[in-house]
Design a protein around this ligand. Structure first.
Ligand code: GLU
Length: 468
């Protein structure tokens, strides 16, 4: 049977890091085995599901490049099918109507707790119950009372659940709507899912789902329960640990490949290797090698990976993502050098695309003011002469190239018997507004002659205005 995996988020929030990792593992497993990856939106909880959240999940999947072969399939469009299966279970005797009232169930619970027993349904309606006036029944699955369910989990190994520990769970509420465990089972069955890869918060649902599948005459899929992700304080990863929505990483200037590479390493390793292209991940990933223990999120490492990807990816690819950040700063890249060239000169020195965009704005737009400290240090009256020399030579250069620009800067230093830095740094502050830019000759070449000339003139005027 060919491999079929699914990612089945509930649309009650954005796509967070934990969900994205589960999706990645499922996606990798399908890709590795030449199978298919399905996206299923588990939106039956009408109160908590939102369309914004559905969109956020789809957006996150698209940005990460986790393309799905089937779906999105919405559970809310499948109510008729769930009803059909519930009826099938009623007909076969594997489910029954339960007329116990809320009050009765609460009392049952209180008594069990009083006896220090685990609260569970005591099976009162299991042997047949008469309809009761004014009570809309729920439908319960008739769980086997004997034997055990053995889950041979691909991550956690063998887990045994005694049926005596499982009670008869509700599969349809009194309003007829199906519950989570029922919908998952029907969907995994109908969609031919062969491998269920999901968070280990679902582990206790698994024996129940297997029992329902068996009652339906189906062979249960393989399961892999992936451990949770902790924040660096050892607590479960949450908003407190900073950006946990996948799209927040886009906002913060991360490349999707860097995040994917980071996520695959959360709980999985291949020797001591850190960098994996998508193709390498597909070739090397094995769900069986995922750690049983929880993994800890490390923002520093993610940043390091992002830097690696910024430096080593195709500049065109980085430029594509950089343009998003430039857009946020209201920069239209047609107003200056080709973004690909900017990436080439900036990539060594920036860890995020936000930083790269901020450090590149001066190529496209005049700055309002100089960095105060840099200007105080570099834009002094003593800088006016070399700046003026360079200004005149720049105007006269037959060709605007970094080589020719470099020569002008070196000659300006020699002429005034100054160290190169004493000439180059005032020039840098004049054109970039601050003390940091790529090498000055390349910076000016990209900036263009017209802007260079204007900015040097502006800097000279600024020095005069301050010194009189
Ligand atoms: N909808 C469930 C969740 O978001 C996942 C169910 C599953 O993967 O089986 O936690």
């Amino acid at each position: 049977m060919s491999t079929r995996t699914r990612f089945a988020p509930s649309p009650t929030g954005y796509l967070h890091v934990g969900g994205a990792r589960t999706a990645l593992f499922s996606w990798l497993h399908a890709r590795k085995h030449g199978g298919r990856f399905i996206l299923r939106i588990e939106d039956t909880d009408i109160e908590r599901s939102t369309i914004e959240s559905v969109n956020a999940i789809l957006e996150g999947m698209t940005w990460l490049g986790l393309e799905y072969d089937e779906g999105p399939i919405y559970q809310t469009e499948r109510f008729d099918r769930y009803k059909e299966v519930i009826q099938q279970l009623l007909n076969s005797g594997d489910a029954y109507r339960c007329y116990c009232t809320k009050e009765e169930l609460e009392q049952m619970r209180a008594e069990q707790m009083g006896r220090k027993e685990k609260p569970r349904y005591n099976g009162r309606c299991r042997l047949g119950a008469e309809p009761r006036e004014g009570v809309e029944p729920v439908i319960r699955f008739r769980n086997p009372v004997e034997g055990a369910v053995i889950v041979d989990d691909m991550v956690r190994g063998k887990i045994v659940f005694n049926n005596s520990e499982l009670d008869d769970l509700i599969i349809a509420r009194s309003d007829g709507t199906p519950t989570y465990n029922l919908t998952v089972v029907v969907d995994d069955l109908d969609m031919g899912v062969t491998h269920v890869i999901r968070g280990d918060d679902h582990i206790n649902n698994t024996p129940r789902q297997i029992n329902i599948l068996k009652a339906l005459g189906a062979e249960p899929p393989h399961y892999a329960h992936v451990p949770m992700i902790l924040g660096d304080d050892g607590k479960r990863l949450s908003k407190r640990h900073g950006a946990v929505s996948v799209m927040q990483y886009r906002e913060d200037g991360f490349l999707p490949e860097a995040l994917l590479n980071y996520l695959v390493r959360l709980g999985w390793s291949h020797g001591d290797r850190e960098l994996f292209s998508l193709d390498e991940m597909i070739a090397l990933f094995d769900i069986k090698d995922v750690n049983k223990a929880a993994s800890t999120f490390n923002s520093e490492k993610l940043l390091w990976l992002n830097h690696q990807y910024i430096m080593n990816s195709e500049p065109e690819h980085v430029a594509h993502h950089l343009s998003y950040q430039m857009g946020k700063l209201d920069i239209d890249p047609v107003d200056g050098p080709d973004l690909v060239e900017v990436v080439k000169v900036q990539r060594e020195r920036t860890k995020t695309l936000v930083e790269m965009a901020q450090n590149s704005v001066f190529f496209y737009r005049d700055f309002d003011s100089y960095d105060e400290k840099a200007a105080r240090k570099n834009l002094k009256p003593a800088a006016v002469e070399p700046l003026t020399d360079m200004l005149n030579n720049f105007k006269a250069l037959p060709e605007w190239s970094s080589k020719a620009i470099h020569k002008v800067v070196v000659e300006a230093a020699e002429l005034r018997e100054l160290k190169l830095g004493k000439v180059a740094q005032p020039l840098r502050v004049a054109v970039a507004g601050g003390p940091v830019s790529p090498p000055i000759d390349i910076t000016l070449e990209l900036l263009g002659r017209e802007r260079t000339v204007q900015r040097i003139e502006r800097a000279i005027a600024w020095v005069w205005a301050r010194s009189t």
